[in-house]
Design a protein around this ligand. Sequence first.
Ligand code: ADP
Length: 492
Amino acid sequence: MTLSGVARVAFVGSRRIFASHLPSMQSYTPAFSRQVHNPATGEVIANVSCMGGKETKDAISSAFDAFNSWSKLTAAERSKGLRKWYDLLMAHKEELGQLITLEQGKPLKEAVGEVDYGAKFIEFYAEEAKRVYGDIIPATLPDRRIFVLKQPVGVAGAITPWNFPLAMITRKVGPALACGCTVVLKPSEFTPLSALAAAELALQAGIPPGVVNVVMGNAPDIGDALLTSPQVRKITFTGSTAVGKKLMAGAAGTVKKVSLELGGNAPCIVFDDADLNVAVNGALAAKFRNSGQTCVCANRVLVQEGIYEKFADAFSKAVKNLKVGDGFGEGVVQGPLINKAALEKVETFVEDAVSKGAKVLLGGRRHSLGMTFYEPTVLSNVKSEMLVSREEVFGPVAPLLCFKTEEEAIHMANDTNAGLAAYIFTNNLQRTWRVSEALEYGLVGVNEGLISTEVAPFGGVKQSGLGREGSKYGMDEFLEIKYVCLGDMNRK
Ligand code: ADP
């Protein structure tokens, strides 16, 4: 299939999704449409509908109606639908990967890897659907029985970002559907095509119309419609801390259940006793995946003074080998940034650091390829007060900070409002435990830079968010607990 073919398939798919998922809009023709761009070339790859409050309300009604029947299916029936969806995602792995590269820019190999990773959430939750167990609690009176039921929370509003256009969707929709919830999904305006393709495949898998609804366009209007509707009982969001706070405040009006995966400021701590190769490769993976555009990307590389020079040298050599280019190019491992605003943010952060005394060991400027390409960059002599240490750079910039003692490293690592991922590199077993326990983070990688998996709980503490995604814990976000007291057992 040609690349333009892939985009066309998604667009045709999107029409089918609107037609079948929003029954009141069978003949809906969008008043406005929105262009989707390839960030590597600037080309327009598709036009998609630009929706707002009215369409979101229709989608909520559609999800609300579908909830009645979807939640009443047996777990085995829901599981079958999810399993079929997983099979279809895997059968279209290559095309979906191309679609991700086309609209998001990440290298094709990484994009296909995202399809694999994303699909696994659907497979995992197809299995987990069958394990929503309740409890029987020994009663306090002889004629009573106490049961605990777990029931789906209802319609869930899912709002997702552009950095993992598919996996952030499956990580939310998988457990929601497994529990019996239905979903109104709002993908990022930058990457709607992967969402539309995934929703189309859900339909083809036999998941009934109305169970997965996609709306996209005007984010604040869509957000408001989701937040104010009493029919929406849950908001699940991945994105910036600023928007997450707005959604949390907005959800208060109707007291919805909320889970938030927000920004991070991941420390990557390299101790003197680390294996240099393991630390360099781990830090490279933790920093440069998706050109630094993930919320678990190492944002600060803290290196102990005894290994600092050796690490800085070996790390810079490794970074120099990273090939930058269009994600479809042979051997490319660093794609473009998502848009101009992202590029300018990276520039501002680097300028701020350099003006305050940081030294550019490598890169430090826009790439000669133009567009939104930025050179993989290593900065040394970085200090905690610089912007690049305080906030997420969300780009291919690795700032190296030097520390002397373990206590100092822990203090520097925790000195932030964020608390999503942290990484440590050490061969000392006691230190592994001490530091892992002392870090105020939701995820800790030890001698490993890539730690996300569908079987483990993913989520942050402090201002990095609420709740967990993936694993058995991800189910809890879409379930309510009901206590049933059966009284007067002995009445004849
Ligand atoms: P990023 O900076 O990573 O793009 P955002 O938080 O801006 O993160 O976006 C994440 C998702 O949140 C996107 O789908 C975006 O459209 C959506 N979004 C942004 N603002 C709002 C809003 N006011 N209400 C609802 N969704 C929003």
